[in-house]
Ligand binder design. Structure first.
Ligand code: IPM
Ligand code: MG
Length: 364
C-alpha cells in the first residue's frame, strides 16, 4: 500500500517559488519510485503573505502547517519590507511559525562536499573533511525573552531591551536532542556559551554538564562563543556536533555554512517534541536574482531530503535524493554560485531536470 503524506509548501519570497518548484518535482519523482504519495498544499508566508493579507503569518497558514505531516519552506524577505513595523516584517512571520509549531530544535549540517571544496574561501587543507552539525535552540533565548521592546526612560531617552533567558527545561530538551544527534554521528558534542560573563550561560553549562551523565558514550566539551567562532575557522575539523542557544546558533551556523563555500547547498531542519517539522534552506530569498532562473535549487532539494529523513522517517527516499545531488555534481553541473572552471553552468530549471533524469537512472 502506498503511504500518503500531507506536506505544506511555503514558497515565500524572492527565489523561493523557483527553487520550491524543483524540490516538489524531485519529491514527486522519488515518491513515484518508492510508492510514497504526497499531497501538497501551498500557503502564504513572509512578503507574499503581507501582499495578500497584510500580515506575514496568516492564521490559515499556521493551521495548515499544524495539520500537515511536514512543512517545506523556501525563503522569505525582501528589501521593501525592511522598513515595515516589526510585527509586519517577513522575519516576524518565520519566528511566529517556529514558535507556533513549537520547533525548538534547529539542525544545521555543514558538510564539505569534495566536489565543491574549491568554492570555500578557506584553504583546502583546512576544510577538507569538515562535517559539522549545529544544533541551535530556536524558540527561546534572546529572540523571545521578556521584557523586550524600546521604552522611554525617565529622562525621556529611549532604551532598547532584549532579554536572554533560558529555563532549565528549555536547556534540557535541546541538550537531549543534541546528545542524541551526536550519538548518531561521531559522538562528540561541543556546547557553546558565554558562561564567563552571562548568568544564563552558566545555567546552560551546568545543565548540559548534568545531562552528560545520561550519555556516557558521548564526549562533551565546552567553548565560549568567541573562542568557538575562532576555532571554526582555525581548525573546523575538530567539531562534530555543536549545541548552542538561539543567537549564538544564528551566528555560528552562518559561519559554519560558509566553511563549505556555498550557502546555496545547505539545508536545515527545525523539529519540536511532536507534530510537523519545518525544513528550509539556510540561505535567504536572494531578491537580486529572483525570477531569472539563476538560483541554486540544491539546498531546497536537500531540505526536502531532510524532510523525508527527519520529518517522515523515510531514510531510503532521503538517501536517494542526496545521491542524486552528488551524482549531478560529479557530472560537472553547476549553478552560477558554485561554478568553477571546466564545469557546466545550468539555470535553476535545468538543474531540476538533471536531478529528475539522475533519479530515473539511479532507479535503473
Ligand atoms: C535564520 C535567519 C532568521 C533567524 C531570521 C530570518 C529571522 O537568520 O534562520 O538563521 O535569525 O533565525
Ligand atoms: Mg541566520
Amino acid at each position: 500500500m502506498t503511504q500518503l503524506y500531507r506536506i505544506t509548501l511555503l514558497p515565500g519570497d524572492g527565489i523561493g517559488p523557483e527553487i520550491m518548484s524543483v524540490a516538489v518535482d524531485v519529491l514527486k519523482a522519488v515518491g513515484q519510485q518508492l510508492e510514497l504519495t504526497f499531497e501538497f498544499q501551498e500557503a502564504l508566508l513572509g512578503g507574499a503573505a503581507i501582499e495578500a493579507t497584510g500580515e506575514p503569518l496568516p492564521a490559515k497558514t499556521l493551521e495548515l502547517c499544524k495539520s500537515s505531516d511536514a512543512v517545506l519552506l523556501a525563503a522569505i524577505g525582501a528589501p521593501q519590507y525592511d522598513t515595515l513595523p516589526r510585527h509586519q516584517r517577513p522575519e516576524t512571520g518565520l519566528l511566529g511559525l517556529r514558535s507556533g509549531l513549537g520547533l525548538f530544535a534547529n539542525l544545521r549540517p555543514a558538510k564539505i562536499l569534495p566536489q565543491l571544496i574549491d568554492a570555500s574561501s578557506l584553504k583546502r587543507e583546512v576544510v577538507e573533511g569538515v562535517d559539522i552539525m549545529v544544533v541551535r535552540e530556536l524558540t527561546g533565548g534572546i529572540y523571545f525573552g521578556q521584557p523586550k521592546g524600546v521604552f522611554a526612560t525617565e529622562s525621556g531617552e529611549k532604551r532598547g531591551v532584549n532579554t536572554m533567558a533560558y529555563t532549565e527545561s528549555e536547556i534540557d530538551r535541546i541538550g537531549r536532542v543534541a546528545f542524541e544527534t551526536a550519538r548518531k554521528r561521531r559522538k562528540q558534542l561541543c556546547s557553546v556559551d558565554k558562561a564567563n560573563v552571562l548568568e544564563v550561560s552558566q545555567l546552560w553549562r551546568d545543565r548540559i554538564t548534568a545531562l552528560a551523565a545520561d550519555y556516557p558514550d558521548v564526549e562533551l566539551s565546552h567553548l565560549y562563543v568567541d573562542n568557538a567562532a575562532m576555532q571554526l575557522v582555525r581548525n573546523p575539523r575538530q567539531f562534530d556536533t555543536i549545541v548552542t542557544g538561539n543567537l549564538f546558533g544564528d551566528i555560528l551556523s552562518d559561519e559554519a555554512a560558509m566553511l563549505t563555500g556555498s550557502i546555496g547547498m545547505l539545508p536545515s531542519a527545525s523539529l519540536g517534541a511532536s507534530g510537523s517539522g519545518l525544513f528550509e534552506p539556510v540561505h535567504g530569498s536572494a531578491p537580486d536574482i529572483a525570477g531569472q532562473d539563476k538560483a541554486n535549487p540544491l539546498a531546497q532539494v536537500l531540505s526536502a531530503a531532510m524532510l523525508l529523513r527527519y520529518g517522515l522517517d523515510q531514510p531510503v527516499a532521503s538517501d536517494r535524493i542526496e545521491q542524486a545531488v552528488l551524482t549531478v555534481l560529479d557530472a560537472g553541473h553547476r549553478t552560477g554560485d558554485i561554478l568553477s572552471e571546466g564545469m557546466t553552468l545550468l539555470g535553476c530549471k535545468a538543474m531540476g531536470q538533471e536531478l529528475i533524469q539522475t533519479l530515473e537512472s539511479l532507479q535503473g
